[in-house]
Design a protein around this ligand. Sequence first.
Ligand SMILES: [Zn+2]
Length: 136
Amino acid sequence: MFYSYHHIFILPFTVNLFTLEIMHEMSIVTVLIDQVIDIAQRNRLKDVQVVVLVAGQLRQVVPEMMQEAFKAVIPGTIVEGAVLRVEAEAALVRCRACQAEYQPDVDDFICRSCQKADVEILRGNDIILKTIEGNK
Ligand SMILES: [Zn+2]
């Protein structure tokens, strides 16, 4: 049987969930779902089919745990039945001493050029709600 859906794509949005300093997957997902429901209601969606999240490497989010948490919180909401996609974002930092930019390991921020460990994080430190997709 063939189903045809009329999707509305809402993008881009960038909501920094970590303004709330949340670390745990379940907490992340709880905040995420609140945001998704709010956005869906404001855009008069009848349902939500896909939620795309960008997870910075430095947040060390475990995608499988994120999926489990997502499945646990969506029943009974407008997001029930939706698919969660988690896209990883590599970290990028800039050395404050020599201005070199490089991709650190999660447990090793030492500058490849000058061996100091004083960096500004440019990328990979956020969890961002990128898109939601649903039916009007
Ligand atoms: Zn350096």
